[in-house]
Structures are given as structure tokens and as C-alpha cells.
Write a protein that binds this ligand. Structure first.
Ligand code: SF4
Length: 64
């Protein structure tokens, strides 16, 4: 699995951080998503898929 994010789309909703806090974080100043691990371990796959699904801006792309 490889994750890419589009910062320009991100509206700082924070749903990804709730779904997968070990993979996503938010910048302190503006809340834009920070990708902590672009190639997460398999144990994180389900959480990452959830994060991508709930992102209201479709800013998270997942390659499987
Ligand atoms: S859920 Fe989507 S819009 Fe919200 S912070 Fe994460 S990447 Fe950005």
C-alpha cells in the first residue's frame, strides 16, 4: 500500500486523523493533513482505507 495526499484539496476536517492516527496528523497552524507514513504496515491498511473513505475532500489516494 502506498498513500499520497493532495494538500491543496485538504480542508482540514481531521477525519483521517480520527480514523488512522498512526498514519495521519494535522499541521498545528492550519490543520492541513500531514502524512506520517506513506507506506504503512499491513496492520494499518483497514484504518487507512477508512480514512480515505471518510475524507470529505477526497484528498487521500491509496494504491494497493
Ligand atoms: S480527512 Fe481529508 S480533508 Fe480532512 S484533514 Fe484529512 S485529508 Fe484533510
Amino acid at each position: 500500500m502506498h498513500i499520497t495526499i493532495d494538500e491543496d484539496k485538504c480542508c482540514a476536517a481531521g477525519q483521517c486523523v480520527l480514523a488512522a492516527p498512526e498514519v495521519f496528523d494535522q499541521r498545528d497552524d492550519d490543520g492541513i493533513v500531514v502524512l506520517l507514513d506513506a507506506d504503512p504496515p499491513q496492520a494499518q491498511y483497514a484504518a487507512v482505507r477508512d480514512a480515505a473513505a471518510v475524507c470529505p475532500a477526497a484528498a487521500i489516494a491509496v494504491q494497493e
